[in-house]
Design a protein around this ligand. Sequence first.
Ligand code: GP9
Ligand code: MN
Length: 692
Amino acid sequence: MRKTKGNTSLSIRNKMKNVLLSFFCDMGRYIKTNILFFTFVITSFINAFLLRFVTVKNIWDLSPILADIAVILLIGSFGYLLKPKNQFKYFLFFSILFTLICIVNSVYYNNYVSFASFSLLKSSTQLLGVTDAVVENVMELKDFVFLFQIVVLVLIHVLLKRKGYYTRIVQIEIGKERLLNTLVVGLIVLGFFISTLTSTDIGRLNKQWNPNLIMMKFGAYTYQFNDLFATLKSEINPLFGYDEAVKTFREYYSVEKERQTNEYTDIFKGKNVLVIHAESIQNFLLETSFNEEYVTPTLRKLASEGIYFSNFHAEESVGTSSDSEFTYSTSLLPASRGTVFVNYFDRDYPSIQKLLKKEGYYVFSMHGNNCTFWNRFQAHKSLGYDRFYCHKESYTLDEKIGLGLSDKSFFRQSTDIIKKIKEEHNKFYGTLIMLSNHTPFNDDGQAYSDFEVTKKYTVTNEEGVEEEKVAPYMEGTKLGYYFKSAHYADEALGEFITQLDEAGLLDDTVLVIYGDHDAKLKKAEYNRFYNYDPVADDLIAEDDPNYVNVDYYNYELNRSVPLIIWTKDGKYQKKVEEAMGMIDVLPTLGNMLGIYNKYALGKDIFSLKEGEENVVVFPDGNWLTNTMYYSRSKEEVKLLNAEETVSPEQIEKNTEYAEQLISISDSIIVHDLIKKVEEEINKGVKNETKKT
Ligand code: GP9
Ligand code: MN
C-alpha cells in the first residue's frame, strides 16, 4: 500500500518535471526563434521605464508597466505579418518612433516639468519657445541614453543576419499564428491594466487633464498616442458642418447688439484688476459655521463690503478649472466635446484680457502649479495674457499642498511679483489661480488646517449641572475635510489681501473673486451635514420633520459658487440675487471696466429688461432661472417656489434658448468662426472700397 502511494507521488513529480522542462524548452525555442521581436519588446519597455525614471519617478507602479507592455506587444504582434527578413524594418520604424517619444519627452520635462503634446505643432510660437529652451538648456546626457534601443536593435539584426537566422526562421515561422498568439497575450495584459483603472483615471485620460498624471498612470506610449488622437480629433472636427455653423452664426448675430449703459458703466474704468480664481469654493461655505466659527470669514467680509452675486453658477464642463477660466474670459460656453484649453486653444476668441490690453493694460496670470496643466501655457497666450507666471519658473516650491505650491506661499510670492509689475506698468489685470482647495479632500490636508468641524452641545447631567460635550459631527468625513481645506484657502486669501494692502496695491485696484466650480463631492456626503444628531452621534430618522433630503435638485442648486467684486473703499455694496452664470461676467464686469465684446453670449446682469429672467445655461443642456431649474436628462422642471407657476411654452422657450446658446458657442469654438467671419467681412469691405 505504502509502496503504491510512493510510486504515485513519484510519477506526479516526474510528470510535473516533464511539463516544466517542456515548457522551458518550448520557451527557449520560442525565444531563440523570435530574437528580434523580444529585442524590440525589451528595449521598448526599458526606454519607457527609463523615461519615467528620469521624469515622474513612479517606476514600480504596476499600471504604467502593464500599459507599456500591452502597447508594445500589440504593436509588435503586427510585425509577424511580414516575412522574417523584412521584420527588422518594421521593428526599426517603431523603435525609432518610441526612442523619439522618449527623447522628446525627456527634454521637454527638463524644461517644463511636463510632457510634450502634438498640439505644440499647431502653435508655432510655442514651438519656438520649446526649441529655444532646448538650445538654452542643452540636451542632457541622460536624454541620449534612449538611443540605446536603436543601437541594440541594429546590432542584433546584423548579428542574426550574419548567422543566417532569417533563412532558418522563414522555414518554421507561421506568421499568422504568432500574430494571433502575441495579440492574445497583449490583450490579456491590456485587460489586467484596465482592471487597475478607476473611472476617474479614464476620464482624466480623455480630458488630458494633466500630462504628468497621465504619464504616471498610463505609461509613455499610451500618453503619446492618446495625445496624438486628441490632436487629430480637434483637427478633424472643424472639417464638418462649417456652412451650417456659419449660417446659424450669421442668423444669431444678424441684429447687432449695442452696448447698453447703466449705473455701473465705467465705474472701474482704468482701475487695476486682480482676479482670484478660487479653487472649488462653493457659495454655501459662506453660510456655514461650526461652533460659531465661520468656514470662510474672509469671503463673508468681502461679500458684505462689495458686490456679492449670491446666485452665481460656474457653467463648467469636463474642463473644470480651465472651462471656468475660458467662459469667464470670453463669455462663451465650454466646448461640447473635448476641452477648449486642450483641443481648441488656437482659436481667436475676443476676451476680457485682449480688450483690456487694447486699453493699455499689462495682462498676466499666475499659478503655483505646473505651467502645462490644462495646457494653460498655450491657452493663456491665446486668451491674450502677456505673461503666465507659473510653477518653478516664477515660484519657489517652498511649501507643497496637494497638487503643488500652497496657496499661502503662492500669494506671498505673487505679492512680490505684483509689486514689480506695478512699478513697470501703468495699469494691470492679473488672474491668480488658487490650488490648495482641490479634490481629493482627505486627511492629507490635516497638516495645514486646525479648523474643527465638530458640534458642541450641552446636556444636563444627573446632578442637574449643564455639561458641554463635543460630538465628532463632520470630522473624518470628505465634506468635513472640504470645510477644513476651504478654511485654509479663505485664510490664505485673507493674508493675501493684507499683504496687498501693506504694499499699497489695493488703493487703485478692483478685486474679483469667483469660485471656479463646486467641490465635486457626492450627494451622499451631504446627508450627515444636514441630518446629524450630536447626542446620538448618528443621523436623524428619515421620517423626522427636520430631515433634509438632498435630492438631485438641492444638490445641483447647491453647486452654486460665489462671485464677488470688491474695492477697498467699499463704495459699491450690494447683494445680487439674480440668477447669473460665468458667461455673464464679461458683459457685467466689462461694462464696469469700460470694455465691450459684441460676441459675448452672456448678459450684463444690471441691464436686464423689466421682468426679464436671466437664463443660466449649463453645458449639458440643463438651465435655471430665478424661479426654476430644468433638467434635460429628466426633461423636467423644478419650481423653486411652490407658489409660482410656469407655462409649458416658457419651458420650451428657455430650453430652445439653451440649445441655441450651446450650439452657437460650439460653432464658434470648433470653426474659429469669429475670426473667419470677421476676415470675410474685412475682405468684403476692402473689395467694396476697391470698387468705389
Ligand atoms: C490645476 C488646477 C486644477 O492646476 O487648476 O484644475 P481642476 O482639476 O480643478 O480642473
Ligand atoms: Mn478647479
